[in-house]
Design a protein around this ligand. Sequence first.
Ligand SMILES: C[S@@+](CC[C@H](N)C(=O)[O-])C[C@H]1O[C@@H](n2cnc3c(N)ncnc32)[C@H](O)[C@@H]1O
Length: 255
Amino acid sequence: MLERIRIVLIGTSHPGNIGGTARAMHNMGLADLALVAPRCEVLTADSVSRASGADHLVHRARVVATLEEAVADCTLVVGASARSRTLPWPMISPRQLGERLPEELAAPEARIALVFGREDSGLSNAELQRCHAHVHIPANPDFSSLNLATAVQVLAYECRLAWLDQQQDDDALPPMGMAETAPPASHADLERYFEHLERTLITIGFHDPATPRQLMARLRRLMMRARPDSMEVNILRGILSATEKQAEAARRREG
Ligand SMILES: C[S@@+](CC[C@H](N)C(=O)[O-])C[C@H]1O[C@@H](n2cnc3c(N)ncnc32)[C@H](O)[C@@H]1O
C-alpha cells in the first residue's frame, strides 16, 4: 500500500525542505517522491544533511515540469492546503485520508498522490482544482501554516497508521475476493475528458471561455466527487464525440 502513495512537492524553494521531506517519508515507509518545477537546486549539502540518511529518496526523486506529469497515472489526487479558497472543494482531515486509503488502493492499478505547495504561496487555485479533495491539518487557526516537510510528516504518519491497521486486519481475516470492476480512472484519463468536455461545450455554444463563470471548475468538482472509473469516462467521452458529430452535421445542414 505505502509504495503506491506518491508525495508531490510543487515549486519548492528551499533544498532543506526537500531533504526534510525525504526524511519524513523514509521514517514512515514512503518512497515515491516527485518534484514539480523546483525553484532551487535539489541535491545540495543542505538537502542531504536534512535528509539525515534518507538522501537516496532525493537522488531517486522524479523531477518534472508540471503537476499533470507528476500525477498522470494517479487515481486519487489530494492537495494539502493550509487555507480554504474561493470555490469550496471536498475537504477531508488527515485521519479521514488515512481511513480512505485501503479502499482507494484496493484496485491494483490505483495510485495516490499527496500534493504540497510552495513555501511562500502554497498551491494555486488551478492546482487545487486538479485535486479530487483537499486535506487540511487542523492546526492553530491563528497560526495554521506548517513548515512544508512538517506537513508531509503529518500526512505520511496518517498513511503509516492506516497501513499498520491494514496489516492487522490482513492477519485477522481470510482474504476476500475482489468484485470485478473497471480500473479506476487516472488523472490523465480525467484531464483528457475535461479537455474534450470544454471543447464540446464551446462547440455547442454552452460555454464561452471569455466569460467562464467558473463553469469548468464547477464541472471538475462534480466529476471529481463522482469518481468515475475508466469505462465510465470512456462512455462520457463517447457521448461528447457523438454530440460533436451532431453539431457538425447540423452546421453543415444550415450552412
Ligand atoms: C509553508 S506552507 C505554504 C503556506 C502558504 N503561505 C499558504 O498560504 O498556502 C507549504 C505547504 O505545506 C502544506 N501545509 C502547510 N500547512 C498546512 C496545513 N495546516 N494543512 C495542510 N497542508 C499544509 C501545504 O501543502 C502548503 O502549500
